[in-house]
Design a protein around this ligand. Sequence first.
Ligand code: BG6
Length: 472
Amino acid sequence: MSLESHMAIIFGATGDLAKRKLIPSFYRLLERQQMGKGTAILCLGRKHYSKSHYLERLELNDFIDQPEEPLLRQLTEMIHYRSFDLKDGTAAELESIVREVRSQTNCGDNTLFYLALPTTVFGTVSAIIAPLIDEQGWKRVVFEKPFGSDLSSARKLNRQISTVLDEEQIYRVDHYLGKELVQNILFLRFANEIFSCGWNRGAIDSVQITVSESLGVEERAAYYDKSGAIRDMLQNHLLQLLCFTAMEPPVSGYGNAVRDEAVKVMTALRAPTFDDVVTGQYISSSAESGQVRPYRSEEGVPQDSATETYVAVRVFVETPRWYGTPFYLRTGKRLDRRYAEIKVIFKEQEIDGLATLDTPNMIIIRIQPDEGIAIAFNVRKPGESHTSETVLMDFCHHCHFGPNTPEAYEAILASVIGGDPLLFTRWDWLQESWSYIDRLKAVASPVVFYEAGTRGPREADLLLQHDGRSWL
Ligand code: BG6
């Protein structure tokens, strides 16, 4: 990992992402000695704050778990706050701020730009940073999701930023790729012959990819109601999980080799039809405890909103490895619990006298919480010679590696600093994903309603069954 110094410029530094994720992640990188000593963090926001007021607002002691005083001091010395309004701020003004901060530090010319901002201003910011991009040193620009809202807006956006940036300088974040167990999918599959040899339609019956959330839209209704679960979660996080699960072995484990294979999965997706997808929206829970408001009564949501807060979709990857094997992807808000996992369900063996199996073999990749990998398999039940029982072999990530596994955003920042594109979405992948999403939205029926605190709409249960059985 590179320890070159650099300047990290955060646009939107007074927002939640900076406070909750970015600044705490910089602290951890400092702790792990993954950041050059002279690094400067230039935080830009519209408001006129003094540095001390900005630091107070960051609430470092609340958002960094058990910080150490000397490291915290080092971090706060690295942070500089300046007011910069995108509405009337010019490239020349930004340049002068950057030069002033550079002259006070030893950060050098390498620059990481982090756009913690809505997609609508990506073009404006790219134009403003253009003169700085042409300077010496590496320049890497991080774009938060969503990148566009459909294929045509994503293309337009990409055209705008590509007039200033080369693809190698663009880092489109999908924070799911920074999650430890997601990165582990490639290791599980390609560093273990025991798993890779049966990873195909011959042995596998179906795959379930689930990201279930118990929270609702919280304070993000303005964004979420225009987006919905399909654009907010499926287009990026779930489709990336699908690609990691379904891709062919890459020629190496590095950035473009892996991303080449991910793109091939996307181009092999069968066109969705209306019976491949169910969308839902939550209403109040009828349970006595845990009453929640229906989505349409959440603050900022129109009373007649047709936005989906849930989506389940059946996907077919039409490659020789997967032909005919369904992948079931589902995600939703206000479901019964928060978890993300990939369940690979194997075909059943039936040999008379050896087993009447109730449960097929499964590999379960628990992305969160309780990160780990479990294998369900069948053993002979003691004393009952012709009966089997399903048992679990369970690898618990933090039991083995300890509790300090890097958070997704730490992995993301470390990768940008090290110039490693593996965890970021390449333009050709993004294009394919929007193209699939546009087709899916065109065939999806209107939302059906589901009670908050449940597993989602009943209609989805039917879709998620394979051969009349469900392994959720
Ligand atoms: C974000 C979505 O990308 O991912 C949110 O915009 C969602 O709506 C979040 O809640 C889920 O991320 P995590 O890491 O909490 O599973």
